[in-house]
Design a protein around this ligand. Structure first.
Ligand SMILES: Cc1cc2nc3c(=O)[nH]c(=O)nc-3n(C[C@H](O)[C@H](O)[C@H](O)COP(=O)(O)O)c2cc1C
Length: 203
């Protein structure tokens, strides 16, 4: 089982970075291979250029796909599981991760694959996708105000969508009072690695 972690946070001093470190450790314990796309460290370009828009928006399949996007496609093709790890910012993922979807979900690759003009191999269906986010508000508050559901709709139903067989939204909420939640979060992270191992063993 190869795991690809799409990690999006600008600072190593962050709680989200601590979660990344815990996740790496848990995957190592379960002997699971992983690769990380650290979007800030890679300085991943998240704005769609006009050239890219002319391909994506106007379905001009003859235009090239940028080299950095092709690199991400390769990583996706090598993955059996993708974990998106990010902090909740204004009830969604940070703009940098949103830009990853804008650019990496190329037409003919992640959608619009039925068009005859497409010249690239469509994205494979990934076994397991996890949207793992840290949030300042506690989970029950995010559920009460409908934000947990809206984040789930956007990340799981739309962005992961049919591209993943099994998918899950995990909110590590309540980080405004870390002392209260960090033990439970650490347990959740360990369970993610165990769950991936189980899926790998049952295939
Ligand atoms: C720009 C910004 C926007 C934020 N928006 C939300 C939000 O909409 N809902 C929420 O629960 N927490 C929000 N937070 C809190 C973060 O989710 C919280 O800082 C994160 O879970 C963990 O912090 P970290 O930055 O140390 O990793 C926001 C934080 C920042 C910096």
């Amino acid at each position: 089982m190869n795991v690809l972690i799409i990690y999006c946070h600008p600072s190593k001093a962050s709680y989200t970075y601590q979660i990344l470190e815990q996740l790496k450790e848990a995957l190592k314990i379960e002997n699971i291979n992983f690769q990380i796309s650290d979007l800030y460290e890679m300085n991943f370009q998240t704005e769609m250029s006009e050239q890219e828009y002319l391909r994506e928006g106007l379905l001009n399949f003859d235009l090239p796909i940028s080299a950095d996007v092709q690199k991400e496609h390769k990583k996706i093709e090598n993955a059996d599981c993708i974990i998106f790890l990010y902090p909740v910012w204004w009830s969604d993922c940070p703009a940098k991760l949103k830009g990853w979807f804008d650019r990496v979900y190329s037409v003919g690759y992640a959608y619009g694959c039925e068009k005859k003009e497409t010249k690239i191999k469509p994205m494979k269906t990934i076994k397991y996708g996890i949207s793992l986010c840290t949030a300042g508000h506690p989970n029950n508050f995010l559920s009460e105000i409908g934000i947990a559901e809206s984040m789930r709709n956007v990340m799981i139903d739309d962005r992961l969508g049919q591209r993943f067989h099994k998918k899950e939204m995990i909110i590590l909420g309540g980080t405004l009072d870390k002392n209260k939640v960090e033990k439970e979060h650490a347990e959740t992270v360990k369970n993610i690695a165990k769950q991936i191992k189980n899926i790998a063993c049952n295939n």
